[in-house]
Each structure stands twice: as C-alpha cells, then as structure tokens.
Write a protein that binds this ligand. Structure first.
Ligand code: ATP
Ligand code: MG
Length: 475
C-alpha cells in the first residue's frame, strides 16, 4: 500500500461522496474501493462523469443503502450483472462486487465469480486502469497499485497487468481500448502489449460491431485521432474492422509518377479539422470519408498522370454501405456525411472565372445549413506540401468564402425553398407523383438560382406554365 500525494486525492476530502460511501460500507462491515478510470483521470486531471466503486460483498446492497442515506431514489439495479448505479450531481456512480473472471474461447463474456480486490484488479485491462484507492476507515485514501500503474501513468505507457496475450485473447475489445486510450491520452502502447495486439487481431471478430464502433468513435472524437488510426493500421486491425479505409494507404507509381498517399492525407485533413470539430463526430466522419472512393476511381493516363474523377460522387454513394457495416446510424447524420463528401470539392473547384453568382447560389443552396462545416472541411483539405500551390488554394478558398457571404446577404439562399413545390405542381396539372414533377421542380429551382427569373411566386408560376408546355404537360 502507498499513500498518494495530497494533490492527487483532493476528491477524497471531508463531505465528499466518498466519505459517505466509506461510512456506510464501514457500517456494513464491507470493504470498498474507488477503482479504475476515475482514479486514473483524477491523477491525470481529466474530467470524468463515471465513478466505479468495487466492494467485497454485494454492490447492489451497498448502493441501495447509500441512496437511502443520500435520500436519492434513483438506484438503477442491473441484477444480471450484479451491479447498481446511482446518480449524484451529474456523476454516475457504479457499484459492483469484487470479481474474478474466467473466459471461454468463443465469447468475450466471462464466467464471473466473487473474488478479492487483487483478483478484481487482475481482470482489469491496463495497469493504469487497475489503480484502487481504499475507502475503508482504517486505510482511507491508501492506494493499491499492484502492477505499477502509477509509474506507467507517469511514463505515459499502456500495459496490461497480466500476460498481454491472455488479456487480449480473453477479451479482444481491449485491443480497441488500448488504441483508444493511446489516442485520448497520447500514451505509448508498451512493446509486448502492442506485439500481442498484432498477434491477436483476428480475435476482434468475436466482438459485437456496436462495441468496436463505440471505441472507433471515441478514437475519432479524441484529441489525437491520427495516432489511433496509425496504430489500427500498423497492428492490422484496420483492414479487418474498416477495410475501405485501409485501401487508402499506399502509393502507385507509373512512369516515375506517383500520387499522394491518401491514408496519410486523410489523417492530415482530420488533424487540420480538429479545432473546428470539437464534439462534432459527424463532421470528423465526413473528413475520414471525403476521399474514400479514391482507390476505386484511380486511373492513370500519360497526359494527366493520376486522376480520381468522380471520387466525391462515388464516395457519397459508398457512405450508406460503410455506415451499415459499422452499425452507424442510417438517418440524417448519415445524409449529412454523404452531403459533405459529395460537396467537398465544390468550393475550391470554382476557378476565378467561374465564381459566378449563379455558381455561388447553387453551392449555398446545396450546402444549406451545413455550409460552415463544408467550408471547414474544404479548408482542412488543403494539405499540399508545395508552398505556392498551398497559397494559391488558400487564396481561392478565401475569395469563395467572401463571395458566398456577399451572395447570401443579398439572396438568402441557405435556408431557402423554391416558391413552388412538388405538391403545387401535382395539383396544377392533376398529376400523380412521377418523374415529370421532379423535372419541372428542378427547372424552376435552377432558373431562380441562375438568375433567369426572380425569386418570387409570380415569376415561378409563369415559368412553370411555359416549361410544362415544353415538357408536354397540360393543365
Ligand atoms: P471511459 O470511461 O473514458 O470510457 P474507463 O477506463 O473509465 O474509460 P469504463 O468503461 O468506464 O472505462 O470502465 C471502467 C473500468 O473498468 C476501467 O478503467 C477498467 O478498469 C475496467 N474495464 C472496462 N472495460 C474493461 C475491459 N473490457 N476489460 C478489462 N477491464 C475493463
Ligand atoms: Mg469510465
């Protein structure tokens, strides 16, 4: 047992919730410890919303008694897991009996028995997640660190408490957690631990996709997502869990001409985007997927060298399959990602001569409320190492941005809807939903965006009548 320095245990001060837990556990004659992520994050001065209390006895009974003492009615009991949770001032406190675990080869769900505090620490994934602080009266605040977790915290190392091969074969999700912590904390994965990940990548297949994706999203939202993706790639996990992304890696050379490595380019784009995308998971996903169709649209010809024509369009069409495979939501979040992938070239592809009001209005209309995110993505996409090129693109980007602001001020297109909708077209011409309705609607919209007619009902209606005749539709 060690005693932690004062600065680390501020949270154990009198009147804290930990004193209450300590006193109730004492009355029950039941040992209790605060353990795991919360202890780690206190030492690292990171904020945490969940606290884990492990006790030698029933976690549920301890939680119920504490809730009674605190006069809070919200105890959530998970009988199957033998755990209970109470909420105190926005903090989620989990109570669980100390346990020992053993594993079968086909599942990451262990057979669980009651255990000692040491056995409970043995089953933890990393030494830095196995730190425990005593809440028992006689040893209150003492620190139990059987695996040198504190020194690993200082050295910024992720290491399993026991043999890493066993730790990862038992529960392969821990491989994803290792890489997630490396991305969140900017820690190194210790050599043998990383080697064991590389040797056990195939085991990830027994883990539910939802769990894998949860960790992947945490990597993406972390402060250093590119660390995570490089480790996923290096270990071999990436090609199993996200093969489309793996395909971005590598450079082909023909006639001495290569193209950029789109894996590293994409990670650079994501890094550039970080300051504009705190907590914006879907914007970060859009960055990850913006060039996803480059491998499948890649062509070489002698005149132009490497081209990736249509990769934005094909990329947008790949998004639903990727989202489905990764069990990401197939709702408006997916549509948002698709839209950004589809439009990611638009702002920068407007050349000086083609930055017309009509092109700008069209971009405003197509991007709508997501214009700012699109512009952040587009700016982040300027990664050229050639200084002159970079300056040229940034200048163009800035011009487009200013002109967009100007046009939007005049024409208010971002949240605009054409004055005539499909319903009106159908009633005017007594049509059922059909292709012509869409065509006519599109023609009216384009005429307004191109400045051919004014943005009002009267002109739109007159235009609709003229165009309906051309299309052979009659009132
Ligand atoms: P975060 O809360 O940021 O996701 P955490 O480390 O607190 O990180 P939790 O899922 O809250 O993770 O788990 C709390 C503790 O439970 C961990 O610190 C670790 O000791 C243990 N733990 C969680 N998942 C596993 C696992 N798959 N294998 C072993 N121990 C685990
Ligand atoms: Mg936690």
């Amino acid at each position: 047992m060690n005693t932690l320095e004062d600065k680390h245990i501020q949270f154990l001060k009198p009147n804290s919730i930990f004193r209450t837990i300590s006193s109730i556990a004492g009355q029950m004659n039941q040992e209790a410890y605060v353990i795991g992520g919360f202890v780690r994050d206190q030492i690292l001065k990171r904020s945490t919303k969940d606290i884990d209390i492990v006790t030698l006895g029933s976690g549920i009974e301890l939680a119920e008694k504490i809730a009674k003492e605190l006069k809070t009615s919200s105890v959530k009991v998970f009988k199957n897991f033998g755990t209970a949770m109470i909420m105190v001032n926005d903090l989620e406190i989990q109570f669980v009996g100390a346990r020992k675990e053993s594993y079968r080869s086909d599942s990451r769900n262990p057979i669980v028995e009651n255990g000692t505090i040491e056995e409970d620490q043995n089953r933890r994934d990393f030494t830095i997640n196995a730190l425990a602080i005593s809440l028992n009266n006689s040893t209150y605040g003492d620190f139990t660190d059987p695996f040198g977790g504190l020194s690993d915290l200082n050295n910024q190392l992720l290491k399993t408490p026991l043999n890493p091969v066993i730790t990862f074969t038992d529960d392969p999700l821990r491989m994803m957690r290792a890489i997630r912590f490396a991305s969140q904390l900017n820690f190194q994965i210790e050599e043998n631990t990383f080697k064991a990940i590389c040797e056990n990548i195939e085991r990830i297949k027994i883990v539910a996709q939802e769990r894998i994706t949860e960790e992947l999203n945490k990597i993406i939202l972390s402060n250093h997502p590119s660390i995570g993706f490089k480790l996923l790639e290096k270990s071999g996990l990436l090609k199993i869990i996200f093969p489309e992304f793996q395909l971005l890696k590598g450079i082909d050379v023909i006639d001495g001409k290569g193209h950029k490595d789109n894996f590293y380019h994409t990670l650079q784009v994501l890094e550039n985007l970080l300051p504009f995308s705190k907590n914006k998971l879907w914007l970060r996903w859009a960055a990850l997927l913006h060039d996803i169709a480059k491998p499948s649209t890649k062509r070489f010809n002698k005149k132009q060298g490497w081209t990736f024509h249509g990769h934005e369009d094909k990329g947008a069409r790949m998004v639903p399959t990727i989202f489905r495979n990764l069990k990401l939501p197939l709702d408006d979040k997916m549509k948002y990602v698709q839209k950004l992938v589809l439009l990611h070239l638009r702002p920068i592809s407007l050349t000086n001569s083609s930055i017309t009001d009509s092109a700008l209005r069209r971009l405003l209309f197509d991007a709508g409320k997501d214009l700012d995110d699109l512009m952040s993505l587009c700016k982040s996409d300027i990664t050229s190492k050639n200084k002159e090129k970079k300056i040229k693109y940034l200048k163009r980007f800035q011009t487009v941005k200013e002109k967009l602001i100007d046009v939007e001020k005049r024409d208010k297109i971002k949240n605009w809807q054409p004055p005539i909708d499909g319903k009106e077209i159908m009633t005017t011409f007594n049509l059922k939903p059909c292709k012509e309705v869409g065509v006519l609607k599109e023609m009216i919209k384009n005429a307004i965006l191109d400045g051919e007619i004014k943005n009002n009902y009267k002109e739109a209606k007159a235009y609709m009548i003229i165009k309906s005749k051309e299309l052979g539709i009659h009132e």
